[in-house]
Structure formats: structure tokens, C-alpha cells
Ligand binder design. Structure first.
Ligand code: IPM
Ligand code: MG
Length: 360
């Protein structure tokens, strides 16, 4: 039986980078026996332009029917002044909520070929391999009440709510313990338990779960310290588990340790392992349409999809090896270019990955 993949290019560079990932999927279907059917739909600003909503019902319905979703990126300058309820980002948040993708896995891996691209000293980042497990469907992103109200004196007041039920904390922590078990067996839970009651509960629940996961070395860190430690001595981390908003912030910082956010994929999973896969960089409207964006994060997102949702770990490893090979060959898009390497565009990079797959 073939799996269904929904392709959502989104906005900005989303179209260009997803096209390269589709080349890789098509190659694996043609030459490696991968059985998938693909379909495409609109999300984000392009969906708003066509249908007046960033997440059309038809897109969500197709996503629900699919075994996995591959997303490019959403957002762009032209939609920034829209009402919050119809901004492109709401399309992404609606997919996460609608598909109940509570577990967001964001690996930050330093490719040895790119050690010089990090703004940190090579010895601080060499061999870096962190997995950030971010809670994705709760916390302050979704908590009620939320909004902006006008007080009697005419002053406006904005408010959001940070809320986690114990069960939400347990299910994300469980995912993180299991991932830690398959890696370096260290888990650092990040909170702000010294100030926020909600994350005091988070710490209590994770600590309690530590008793049943005593093979994992569990530690706790306040988020401000975690931000500092990430740039001071990032290799102390193996797996990090944290709330939706802290994970948003820390994963960008962790990504930059690796030199380019253009290299990093992500997976967002539901309880059954169905998932949405996307590069962690945004839609980069400043370079959209120029054919210079780095497609590797999206191609590596396909590898994560094969590993986590489609049970094809060998094909996932083949993609990762092909990406490593093109880096070995010195091919670089603009974001990772340095003296002595060969600058290529988006589609040349995609073609090179397909050629490396062909050759292996
Ligand atoms: C991310 C992004 C999103 C988030 C935005 C686009 C809504 O920054 O995936 O990290 O905040 O989750
Ligand atoms: Mg973010």
C-alpha cells in the first residue's frame, strides 16, 4: 500500500525549496521502490490570497487524510498588516493544532564540512548534536484567554495565558525520554520554575517521570541559563525538552550554532507517529524567487519523514549520506558559502543531491 504525502509549499522560498525535495521523493519512487503518492495544496499567505483564509478546510482535510505532510514555509511582507486571525502563521498553527502535532523535534547538528560557518569558535561547536523536543500544541501559543482589551480609562491591555495540563507535560516528556534513550541518554528539561507556577508544575511532573526513566540522566535548567549555556558550552546538551515558546526561542539559537539555519529539518508528530515535516527556517521573502535558497533543510526533512512516519530508515540514511556527499564535494548555496567552495543555486543543489543518490 502506498503512503500519501501532502505537499504544502506555502509562501516565499517555500516553492523553490520544496520543488527540490520533491525531486528527491520522485527519485526514490522511481529508483528505490518507495511507495508514496503525493498531492499539493495551499497554506499560508498564498492560501489567503486564493481563498481568504491561511488554512482552507480542504487543506486541513487533505492533511488529515495523509500519512505525512511536507511543508515549505509560510509568511511574507505583504501579509504582515493583516488581522492576526488570518495571518499566514495561523495556517501553520492551525495545522499543528488540527493534526494534534504536539511533539516537535528540532535537531541541531553541525556538519563537519561547515564547522567554519558557525559564528562560535570551532572547538566550541565541533561535533555538536543536540535534539530539542519542543511542546507544540499547548502553552502560551494556544492558552485562553488571550487578546487585547480596552480598559475603562481607554488604555489598551494585551494578555496571553501560559497553561499546561499535567497530561500535556507527561506526553511530551515521554517522547523526550524515549528519544534520549536512543541517543546519549541525557535529558535536560528547561523551564522557568523559579517564577512561573505553570512551569513549576512542569518541573514536578518531569521529575516524577524521571523515577520511571532512571536509565536517563535527567537535569533541569531555567530557560535564561539554558540560553546562556547554549552559546557558552552547547556540547553539554544531548536532548532538551521544553515548552512551546521556550522551544521556539532556544531552537533558533541552537540552529545558529551550526552555522546555517538553512541546513536544519524538523518533525512535528502526533501520538501515532504521523507527522508534518518542515525546514526550521522561514519563508525568507527577501530572497524568494531568486533561486538562491538552500534546499538542504527541506531535503533533510524528507529524510526525517522517511524515518519517523514512513518506516524507511535506510532511505532516510541514504538521503543524509547524499547531503553529506554534496557538502564534501564543496557545493554550497549562498548561506553556507565560503572561500574555496563552489557557489550553487537552489535547483543545482537539489540536482546534486539526486545525482549523489544515483551514484551511491
Ligand atoms: C517556528 C516559527 C513559528 C513558531 C511561527 C512562524 C508561527 O517561528 O516554527 O519556530 O513560532 O512556532
Ligand atoms: Mg521559530
Amino acid at each position: 500500500m502506498s503512503n500519501k504525502i501532502l505537499i504544502l509549499p506555502g509562501d516565499g522560498i517555500g516553492h523553490e525549496i520544496v520543488a527540490e525535495a520533491v525531486k528527491v521523493i520522485d527519485f526514490l519512487v522511481r529508483e528505490a521502490g518507495l511507495k508514496v503518492e503525493t498531492e499539493s495544496a495551499l497554506v499560508g499567505g498564498s492560501a489567503y490570497d486564493a481563498h481568504g483564509t491561511p488554512l482552507p478546510d480542504a487543506t486541513l482535510a487533505l492533511a488529515k487524510e495523509s500519512d505525512a505532510v511536507l511543508l515549505g514555509a509560510v509568511g511574507g511582507y505583504q501579509w504582515e498588516s493583516l488581522d492576526m486571525a488570518v495571518r499566514p502563521e495561523k495556517g501553520l498553527l492551525g495545522l499543528r493544532a488540527g493534526l494534534e502535532l504536539f511533539a516537535n523535534l528540532r535537531p541541531a547538528i553541525l556538519y563537519p564540512q561547515l564547522a567554519g560557518a558557525s559564528t562560535l569558535k570551532a572547538e566550541v561547536v565541533a561535533g555538536l548534536d543536540i535534539m530539542i523536543v519542543r511542546e507544540l500544541t499547548g502553552g502560551i501559543y494556544f492558552g485562553q484567554p488571550r487578546g487585547v482589551e480596552t480598559l475603562e480609562n481607554g488604555e489598551r491591555r494585551g494578555f496571553n495565558t501560559l497553561v499546561y495540563a499535567e497530561s500535556e507535560i507527561r506526553r511530551i516528556a515521554q517522547v523526550a525520554f524515549e528519544i534520549a534513550r536512543k541517543r546519549g541518554s541525557q535529558l535536560c528539561s528547561v523551564d522557568k520554575a523559579n517564577v512561573l507556577e505553570c512551569t513549576e508544575l512542569w518541573r514536578e511532573v518531569v521529575t516524577d517521570m524521571g523515577k520511571d526513566n532512571s536509565d536517563i540522566e535527567l537535569s533541569h535548567m531555567y530557560v535564561d541559563n539554558a540560553a546562556m549555556q547554549l552559546v557558552r558550552a552547547p556540547k553539554q546538551f544531548d536532548v532538551v525538552v521544553t515548552t512551546n515558546m521556550f522551544g521556539d526561542i532556544l531552537s533558533d539559537a541552537a540552529a545558529m550554532l551550526t552555522g546555517s539555519i538553512g541546513m536544519l529539518p524538523s518533525a512535528s508528530l502526533d501520538v501515532s507517529g504521523k507527522g508534518m515535516y518542515e525546514p526550521i527556517h522561514g519563508s525568507a521573502p527577501d530572497i524568494a524567487g531568486q533561486g538562491v535558497a538552500n534546499p538542504l533543510a527541506t531535503i533533510l526533512s524528507v529524510a526525517m519523514m522517511l524515518r519517523y512516519s514512513l518506516d524507511e530508515p535506510a532511505l532516510a540514511s541514504r538521503i543524509e549520506a547524499a547531503v553529506s556527499k554534496v557538502l564534501d564535494d564543496g557545493l554550497r548555496t549562498a548561506d553556507i558559502f565560503s572561500e574555496g567552495t563552489q557557489r550553487v543555486g537552489t535547483s543545482q543543489m537539489g540536482d546534486a543531491v539526486v545525482a549523489a543518490l544515483q551514484a551511491d
